[in-house]
Design a protein around this ligand. Structure first.
Ligand code: GDP
Length: 410
């Protein structure tokens, strides 16, 4: 009996030991298998690794659960997790492809005609009256003045319209439209070169340097936004751009500009807040030369209502940049909604720096598009771009024909 009991006891011990051993083996194998899983799903697999430690005690049940999770879930998730590769994508920063610039004004004309209604349509309605008496001509004049066309151009236009209408005799709406279109185009001018000058130039030491464009204007007119949008216009036209954040007066301007640049893959050269704008502008052109960029756009500060300060600052920026080579374009940004005030600004800027082109912003928010005529007269330089909204691609090369067609409808 004792021997039998002994044999039974030994047998039981053997079974228990065997069972435990095999359990451990499975468990340890499991553990070895688990680590390889994480690589597939870094963030998802990391947490399951922890429960493993405490689970050793409850081996069978948890092993089963884990097996199901591993066998069933991962394969199911695997395809879903393929996008896990996405994090790799950010390595290449998202660079947008701006809208082509050709025909932008035509595409944005709805905004223009909405805001310009009172000018073009108003003139047509008045000219269509059966009797064009003095009161009507006065109304025509008032319409033009209200739209900020300016006194002298208004008088010239009214004079010409009077003559032509007299010659015409009876007027059909179509004849009137053609006549008004021709006269407005004459007023705006169709033969100026409205392209932004961005061609490479010859630098001081004879080497080729990027085209340099300085963007000037009073803060709040949309200067920095316009610089950013212009970078997009140039990139859309196949040019490479470096931005110079020389508006060190307005705290957020450099960040704002850098964000615009990053969106289209253009580097922004910036300095410390309140730093010397001229040295930033100098460095930006230097960077442009080093990168072999096509164009360097320099955003400047426009805080000033004291002419001396403005002259000192803008003059210095220009002179310092010219140590590299010529500045090809100085664009004055004017807010179309400011009317006569805008003209006063234009005058002040023109006295301190040679303006070569005008950008009229916020034309989407005003019926005063006549300022185009007035500012061109005032400065003797063409409007080259117009801003028609806050969207990234809402800056359009100015095309007189498309503009006038939007004014009077075609
Ligand atoms: P800055 O101080 O002259 O550099 O002015 P910002 O570039 O910061 O622009 C001032 C404000 O004008 C911003 O809210 C711009 O979005 C807005 N803005 C600029 N251009 C246009 C435009 O063409 N249309 C409209 N509606 N808003 C504009």
């Amino acid at each position: 009996m004792d021997i039998v009991t002994l044999v039974v006891v030994i047998a039981v011990i053997a079974v228990v030991v065997l069972g435990a051993t095999s359990g451990l083996v499975i468990s340890s194998r499991r553990k070895k298998q688990l680590p390889p899983a994480p690589p597939t799903t870094p963030s998802v697999t990391a947490p399951p690794a922890e429960p493993q430690v405490g689970e050793d005690a409850e081996t069978p049940r948890d092993e089963t659960r884990r097996t199901i999770e591993e066998v069933v879930l991962p394969p199911a998730e695997a395809p879903v997790e393929a996008p896990v590769e996405e994090p790799a994508a950010p390595a290449a920063p998202e660079v947008e492809v701006p809208e082509p610039t050709a025909g932008r004004l035509v595409r944005l004309r709805a905004r223009l005609s909405r805001s310009q209604n009172s000018l073009g349509k108003g003139l047509l309605t008045l000219l269509s009256r059966e009797h064009l008496d003095e009161d009507t001509w006065e109304e025509i004049e008032d319409t033009l003045l209200t739209a900020d066309v300016g006194v002298a151009p208004t008088q010239e236009l009214v004079e010409r319209l009077r003559e032509r209408v007299k010659v015409l005799g009876t007027r059909t709406p179509e004849e009137l439209r053609v006549l008004l279109r021709e006269e407005l185009l004459k007023l705006i001018g169709t033969d100026q070169d409205r392209a932004v000058a961005t061609d490479n130039a010859v630098g001081k030491d004879g080497q080729e340097i990027p085209g340099v464009v300085m963007v000037v204007g009073v803060n709040g007119t949309g200067k920095t936004t316009t610089t950013g949008k212009l970078a997009r216009v140039l990139v859309a036209d196949g040019k490479s751009v470096v931005l110079g954040a020389a508006d060190t007066f307005r705290a957020a301007a450099a960040d704002q500009l850098q964000t615009w640049g990053e969106r289209v893959g253009a580097r922004t050269v910036r300095g410390p807040e309140g730093g010397d704008p001229a040295s930033i502008a100098f460095d930006a052109v230097k960077e442009g030369i080093a990168e072999g960029a096509d164009v360097v756009l320099v955003d400047t500060a426009g805080r000033l209502h004291t002419k001396t300060g403005l002259m000192d600052e803008l003059g210095k920026v220009k002179r310092v940049v010219e140590k590299h080579g010529p500045v090809g374009e100085v664009l004055l940004v004017l807010d179309a909604t400011t009317g006569q005030n805008g003209l006063v600004q234009a005058r002040v800027f023109a006295e301190v720096v040679d303006i070569t082109g005008v950008v009229l912003t916020k034309l989407d928010g005003t019926a005063k598009g006549g300022i185009i005529v007035a500012v061109q007269r005032e400065l003797g330089v063409p409007v080259k771009l117009v801003g028609l909204g806050e969207g990234a691609d809402d800056l359009a090369p100015f095309e007189p024909e498309a503009f006038v067609d939007a004014l009077i409808g075609d």
